[in-house]
Design a protein around this ligand. Structure first.
Ligand code: GLN
Length: 484
């Protein structure tokens, strides 16, 4: 039952072969049995899940069921959930019970989905390995000595280990796509503005975007249908009509022009990953696509630009955690200054502090023009690179990550090496484009992700290509050893 996709579970529920309560109990039992070795959940909301499941079953009996009704899911612990701890992987929010639901949470609940719990993540979504969490590292179900990627590592791990049929994630520089790649599941980062950021704890507001992590592209389309759309409570939400992402899934790929950026196949790419991507290119050519080389000449600047823009924005966003309003407060502060210093000193982990300091420095008088302004100018050049490439091709394709999952602890001592694991994903956020990662094979026995990047609001096309690819391959149906 846990191997079924959302589309299959939906059909089983529709035919009366199972109930939401039965499904929910099944996944809760799996979490109970398997998650102690994976650490993908911070909070499991069993009682609430069973209540929601029974309500979904009752709604179905009344004839009020939609495609996602009664299907369980997990939310990344960055999404505010009313009455449930929303920690963002941080000691700072360990005691924070959100008084409201994020728009994404509200919409998926309105679609009838049942929340199993909240998934583990890098603290405040800063990381590429899910090792910086206050709750300890998440493990990769394919090899428990390895990282699941990050920051949405708990969500990707939970879907890969079949502890949840789907999960939400957020992607500021790759945090949906990279863990999806490293765990062998599907993850899409929508166009900036497509999915509401309301109630999503802010990291870097001009880059953050929520999206689904699922087994298949078809499931991602079903989730996106429910999650996306204009939200007046998010001032950067795009005012565009809603789309049904499932309608174009089966369209033929004949004549599709796929751009391969030569910068994505450089010396930093692991040869095993490169082989998998080459095989995927052949598969898509067999489906009728044509491959064209394109250039994204400013790719090498995306990491330095991101590590000015993201810390700058985070230093401003995280100023709200001051021990006054909510979250952690240090014991017995001597005065206001002591309260601020010790609350932030004790509440934040090392990586978060590093980013706040870099960001504060980059924004300070005298350095703003040299760093922040310059970074924003280069950001424009990166966007222009993509614009030019899209004059010649319909989508851009390449690896999601330069390597397969690395060992726990392997990169924690060297932030720069860690930052480089997002070399193929970060420019997509800087340009505000949609990107999807889908399972495309294995190197050294570990999953490899194929990345497809689309034009602004081109999600439907990405999902269509991914779906066609998944109809002729079965990488997305493989499960980690020991996960029966
Ligand atoms: N790994 C990147 C970072 O550490 C991106 C994280 C993300 O997308 N949330 O900032």
């Amino acid at each position: 039952m846990h191997d079924l996709t959302l589309a299959e579970l939906s059909a089983a529920l529709y035919r009366g072969e199972t109930t939401s309560e039965e499904l929910t109990r099944h996944f809760l039992a799996r979490i109970e049995r398997l998650d102690s070795g994976l650490n993908s959940f911070v909070t499991v909301t069993a009682e609430r899940a069973l209540d929601q499941a029974r309500a979904a079953d009752a709604a179905r009996r009344r004839g009020e069921a939609g495609p996602l009704s009664g299907i369980p899911l997990a939310h990344k612990d960055i999404f505010c959930t009313e009455g449930v701890k929303t920690s963002c992987g941080s000691k700072m929010l360990d005691s924070f019970i959100s008084p409201y639901d994020a728009t994404v949470v509200e919409r998926l609940r309105a679609a009838g989905m049942v929340m199993l719990g909240k998934t583990n993540m890098d603290e405040f979504a800063m990381g590429s390995s899910s090792e910086t969490s206050f709750y300890g590292p998440v493990r990769n179900p394919w090899d428990r000595e390895r990282v699941p990627g990050g920051s949405s590592g708990g969500s990707a791990c939970a879907v890969a280990a079949r502890l949840a049929p789907a999960a939400t994630g957020t992607d500021t520089g790759g945090s949906i796509r990279q863990p999806a790649a490293l765990c062998g599941v599907t993850g899409i980062k929508p166009t900036y503005g497509r999915v509401s950021r309301y109630g999503m704890v802010a990291f870097a507001s001009s880059l953050d975007q929520g999206g689904p992590i699922t087994q298949t592209a078809e499931d991602a389309a079903l989730m996106l249908n429910a999650m996306s759309g204009f939200d007046a409570r998010d001032s950067t939400s795009a005012q565009r009509p809603d789309e049904d992402y499932t309608v174009g899934l089966d369209a033929a790929l004949t004549g599709l022009r796929i751009g391969l950026p030569k910068e994505f196949f450089d010396a930093g790419l692991d040869p095993g990953v490169a082989r998998v991507i080459e095989a995927a290119i052949k598969e898509l050519e067999a489906l009728g696509a044509r491959v064209i080389e394109v250039e994204l000449p400013n790719t090498h600047l995306s990491i330095p630009v991101y590590y000015v823009v993201a810390p700058a924005e985070c230093s401003s966003n995280l100023a709200r955690f001051d021990g006054v309003r909510y979250g952690y407060r240090c014991a017995a502060p001597a005065d206001l200054h002591d309260l601020y210093c010790r609350t932030r000193g004790e509440g934040f982990g090392a990586e978060v502090k590093r980013r706040i300091m870099i960001g504060t420095y980059a924004l300070s008088a005298g350095y703003y023009d040299a760093y922040y302004l310059k970074a924003q100018q280069i950001r424009r050049l990166i966007r222009d690179d993509y614009r030019r490439a899209f004059e010649r091709v319909d989508v851009i394709m390449g690896p999601t990550s330069p390597s397969v999952a690395f060992k726990l602890g392997e990169k924690t001592g060297d932030p720069i090496t860690m930052y480089l694991s997002d070399i193929y994903t970060i420019s997509v956020n800087l340009a505000g484009l949609p990107g999807i990662s889908i399972p495309a094979g294995f190197a050294e026995g570990l999953p490899v992700g194929l990345q497809l990047i689309g034009e602004h609001f081109g999600e439907a096309r990405l999902l269509n290509i991914a779906h066609r690819y998944q109809q002729v391959t079965d990488w997305h149906r493989r499960t980690p050893p020991g996960i029966d």
